[in-house]
Design a protein. Structure first.
Length: 74
């Protein structure tokens, strides 16, 4: 990486805190907004399915590309 930049992932604790905070906000909005609730009830199961699909479709490719980068092929 340029200028010795070392990219880092967010720590799991940070991701969990953000996830939990987002869900708190969603729940507050759900309690007050019928339109949001209608969309949420359709979107939430989709999000679960999409997360699984992403692990299969994107995760394998991401791992492959990381290995290619590590091998100096990218």
């Amino acid at each position: 990486m340029a200028n010795k930049v070392k990219p880092l992932s967010f720590p799991t604790a940070v991701l969990e805190a953000c996830f939990n905070a987002a869900n708190e906000v969603f729940n507050e909005i759900l309690a007050k907004n019928a339109k949001f609730k209608k969309v949420w009830e359709i979107w939430k199961p989709y999000r679960s399915e999409q997360a699984l699909w992403s692990r299969i479709a994107e995760g394998g490719f991401d791992g492959f590309m990381a290995r290619m980068y590590g091998a100096g092929k990218v």
